[in-house]
Design a protein around this ligand. Sequence first.
Ligand SMILES: *Cc1c(COP(=O)(O)O)cnc(C)c1O
Length: 218
Amino acid sequence: MLSAILDQLKPYRAKLVAVSKRRTIPEIRAIYDQGQRDFAENRVQDLLERREALPADIRWHLIGHLQSHKVKYIADFIHLIHAVDSLGLLQEIDKCAQAAGRVIDCLLQFKIAEEDTKYGIPDLATAEAMLGSAGFSRLSHVRVCGVMGMATFTDDEDRVRAEFRKLAGIFKALKWAFFKDNDRFSELSMGMSGDYGIALEEGSTLVRIGTLLFEGED
Ligand SMILES: *Cc1c(COP(=O)(O)O)cnc(C)c1O
């Protein structure tokens, strides 16, 4: 399934993040052995355990909600944190990154789905206030590389497309206002097993796929 997915991503130049949550170490290892190096977990504890058990050249992504007090456990190795939704969390990441002697790449997570989730920045204005704040300008060890979002879990393709389009619009607006000359602000993390085709059409650069990759028939 890996090569079939990669073939689909190629014309869009999008990258695959293999979502390994709930998979066994041998299952993950099998995908690794086919050449995949970017893997994602949604819980810090699982991430730490899997990292311990798997090869060191894996680039680990965190895609779930991150509590501030857990940042210190991942600061010395995490490749990309996808779900940053507050200045407070960015400040904690900055502090831990500094202590680890690194700069940590982060994405701002937006709430684009209709579902009632607690997490995610609610709208563009909130993000603009955050990125324009004095607190943000003081950060030196985090790099905001783009945005991430999850569409509503529904068969209604028009709705999913509208939500992805909204996120792409937010990405463009932030790029224009805050990151115009910053090539690092380039990632639009959207699309999962059920909706990545639509996400690619709407400009995704990073799809996060678990179920299809690990359970899909070749
Ligand atoms: C689980 C998860 C995915 C992958 O979902 P699949 O439907 O298994 O592909 C992607 N993104 C996030 C944030 C997830 O929690």
